[in-house]
Write a protein that binds this ligand. Structure first.
Ligand code: ADP
Length: 363
């Protein structure tokens, strides 16, 4: 508790009482002087105003003390971050002091929220730096190891020299992808990368992405198909970011699939909002357990670390997907059954929703 500044009450109350009784002395003396001689009137006037001085002093002092004590209680509560401790103070609205008290409360609550936000950001920053250093360590140490082994003599050994150089290069490629993903995620998380919404035909962009990933899926013996849909459907989204989402989802569907497996890309009506569609990527791969589903979109979360790394994964693909989808005000859904497969789907705003009637009627 802050010490009560007795002097403040004393000075203020005494000044008020003194001024009031000083004025009262002249008024009393003048009024009494109508019936009494001047000397006597001044004597009575003096006695009455001295009495008045004491009364005004004690009453004002008590009042000021109670008001100051409230402010002290409040400042104490604020210092201990108990913003809700004095709800009665928020209900009072008698004078300027009450308004000031309310203002102090409101401002302090805002400051506290801002401090909490900054603390969260600081924790996020620390965590992010920790994650990045951890992720960078593996490929950097691998490159270092291969180069040292080569310099220590393996360079002259034709059985391993090219193999070690290729491995060093693969790790450097991993570092490049990791850096690109890190730049993308940090821009998305700080809000630096804005979505530039435009209208574009969904089918042509889906075709483009699927065609570009066809060679990888063939290499892994996985069939990748689009279930045909009306090529007139136009969506409103950032074209490049949409392509990035599709690339990440289809690449994952290839990486976490089984040899001989399949991937289907298509669209479905979105029943909660008829002006949107659900774009989906369905695979027949390894699947994700129910407890891991909410975690796969976290930064650097991987179910099987070695499989992800071996396939060139950075652990950032799905968090980039989630950020992009949410930055568009859209939703991402994940359904999966372990060993049977996974379906990732997300909503997209359609610019010509009348065309979707054929989709919902199944034509
Ligand atoms: P990564 O670079 O490791 O692929 P992602 O963020 O893209 O990172 O995915 C996170 C993790 O989610 C992956 O490591 C993988 O374990 C799991 N995952 C993602 N997509 C699929 C999928 N289609 N099927 C099964 N598991 C998946």
């Amino acid at each position: 508790m802050i010490d009560t500044p007795i002097k403040t009450y004393f000075h203020l109350s005494f000044k008020i009482a003194f001024l009031a009784s000083f004025g009262a002395f002249f008024v009393f003396s003048a009024v009494l002087n109508i019936h009494l001689p001047l000397k006597e009137s001044m004597q009575y006037g003096f006695i009455t105003s001295v009495g008045l001085l004491f009364v005004i002093y004690f009453v004002t002092r008590a009042y000021l003390k109670s008001r100051f004590e409230r402010v002290h209680q409040l400042l104490d509560a604020i210092a201990n971050k108990n913003f809700d401790e004095h709800p009665e103070l928020l209900r009072l609205d008698r004078d300027e002091l009450d308004r000031l008290i309310k203002q102090i409360l409101a401002t302090s609550a805002k400051v506290e929220l801002e401090i909490q936000r900054l603390n969260r950001l600081e924790n996020y920053r620390k965590e992010f730096i920790g994650d990045i250093s951890h992720e960078l360590k593996t490929p950097i140490f691998a490159v270092q190891g291969f180069l040292e082994t080569l310099l220590d003599g393996a360079l002259e050994d034709p059985r391993v020299n090219r193999q070690f150089l290729t491995k060093a290069l693969n790790n450097l490629n991993r570092l490049t992808i990791l850096t690109q993903d890190l730049m993308a995620i940090s821009k998305l998380e700080t809000g630096e990368l804005r979505s530039e919404l435009q209208k574009f035909p969904l089918r042509s962009v889906v075709n483009e992405v699927v065609e570009s990933l066809q060679p990888t899926s063939v290499e892994d013996n996985i069939s990748l198909k689009i279930l045909p849909f009306d090529k007139e459907i136009k969506v409103i989204a950032d074209r490049n970011q949409f392509k990035q989402v599709m690339v990440n989802l289809i690449e994952n569907a290839i990486k976490y699939n089984k040899s001989g497996g399949s991937i289907l890309v298509g669209i479905k009506p979105y029943t909660s909002n008829p002006s949107k569609v659900l774009v989906y990527v369905k695979d027949s791969g390894l699947g994700i357990s129910a407890e891991d589903i909410p975690r796969v979109t976290e930064r650097f979360f991987r179910i099987d670390k070695s499989r992800s790394r071996e396939k060139g994964g950075t652990g950032l693909g799905l968090s980039i997907v989630k950020h992009i989808v949410e930055a568009h005000g859209e939703k991402l859904f994940i359904e999966s059954v372990v060993n049977e497969g996974t379906t990732f789907s997300f909503t997209l705003q359609v610019s010509n929703p009348e065309i979707l009637v054929s989709l919902s009627s199944g034509k």
